[in-house]
Design a protein around this ligand. Structure first.
Ligand SMILES: Nc1ncnc2c1ncn2[C@@H]1O[C@H](COP(=O)(O)OP(=O)(O)O)[C@@H](O)[C@H]1O
Ligand SMILES: [Mg+2]
Length: 337
């Protein structure tokens, strides 16, 4: 079985701006994969390349082995996309929006109607089925985007920042539902800039920054990459910090009054050694506390940009590239212009 997503040296340029830079990424079938990165990292561009809304400049992209350009239809039919922006026809009852979507992907009408009702129930807006999109609240709209992504029963579900700006209740509902779908065998690609979300849901995450893949790891592996801080309160304020130069575990030592902070790789295994060394040097310890680097701090560290403003400002509206003409129907279907 080919991977759910496989890209090799994928490049997307908008004029001078390189939105995707030689991005090689593999998502295995059945995985719950997170794409994490700050705004402008290229997450949406990556997704839009897979669904044919953005035409790649270079490299390869396949979905379940189907080339996203040469085998566009097969690749697109395998994907259910809940996009970042609302792009639903405002004038139709939402049940019809779903039936239309299913029909567009070749599902016969009776079955399409059945699927529409099923997914509306599943995301919890069946009672709104006859209402128009623009009558729904923000949270309901998010639910509808998910329903529309699910109506074709996709093997690959792509969620582009599904919980940006939604309330806690909906966020948890979405998490639960998507976890269920993944357990049922659906491959999930989720983009987010909430580290907590990635940590909670994803088997693996790729961290992106400025169109590049910074790293791919499990959330647990990421956490081991940070450093810890051991904060020691001393019985009295010494005149100088202890010299821990000989101790190769200490990356950095700072003293403020009776508070000594030592930065180490792993606090738990280093603390006993540090206590011994301090005692040997005549420092009396009153209290000790270890703080772990949060995943959030690691993320911020990994995506720190040397000069992000320069890269960003090189994009202008004039350079926006329209999708290929033969995608006209699909663009209408997805509501993207
Ligand atoms: N149609 C477009 N024309 C020009 N630049 C674009 C276009 N779409 C996205 N970009 C630029 O590409 C970069 C990546 O954007 P995007 O993929 O939306 O990032 P993310 O989803 O991670 O926030 C950004 O610098 C953005 O301004
Ligand atoms: Mg985006």
């Amino acid at each position: 079985m080919p991977p759910a997503i496989e890209t090799v040296d994928l490049v997307k340029e908008y004029g001078d701006l390189r939105a995707l830079q030689e991005l090689s990424l593999t998502v295995e079938e059945g995985e719950f994969f997170g794409l994490l990165g700050p705004n402008g990292a290229g997450k949406t561009t990556f997704i839009n390349t897979l669904v044919g809304l953005v035409r790649k400049t270079g490299g390869e992209a396949r979905v379940f082995g189907y080339d996203v350009e040469d085998d566009y239809r097969q690749a697109r039919d395998a994907i259910g996309l809940a996009p970042q922006e609302f792009n639903v026809d405002r004038f139709f009852p939402i049940r019809e929006v779903l039936i239309h979507k299913a029909g567009y992907h070749g599902i016969p009408e009776a079955e399409a109607a059945e699927r529409a009702d099923e997914v509306l129930k599943r995301v919890g807006i069946y009672d709104k089925r006859d209402e128009r999109f623009d009558w729904l609240s923000g949270g309901m709209k998010r639910r509808l985007l998910l329903a529309r992504a699910l109506v074709t029963d996709p093997d690959l579900l792509i969620l582009d920042e599904p919980t940006a700006g939604v309330d806690v209740q909906l966020r948890h509902d979405l998490w639960e539902l998507v976890t269920e779908l993944n357990e049922e065998g659906t491959t999930v690609l989720l983009t987010t800039h909430y580290i907590e979300e990635a940590e909670r849901l994803c088997d693996r995450v790729a961290i992106m920054n400025e169109g590049r893949k910074v790293t791919v790891a499990t959330p647990d592996e990421l956490k081991t990459r940070g450093t810890d801080t051991i904060a020691v309160r001393l019985e009295s304020s010494p005149s100088a910090a202890p010299d821990l130069e000989a101790a190769d575990y200490a990356h950095e030592t700072t003293l403020a009054g009776d508070r000594l902070e030592v930065r180490v790789d792993d606090g738990g295994s280093t603390a006993p050694q540090l206590l011994n060394d301090l005692e040997a040097k005549g420092y009396e310890v009153a209290d000790l506390e270890i703080s772990r680097t949060s995943l959030e701090e690691i993320f911020v560290d990994l995506t720190r940009s040397e000069d992000r403003t320069v890269t960003r400002s090189s994009a202008s509206n004039d350079e926006r590239v329209a999708p290929a003409d033969d995608r006209e129907t699909e663009r209408e279907q997805e509501g993207i212009v």
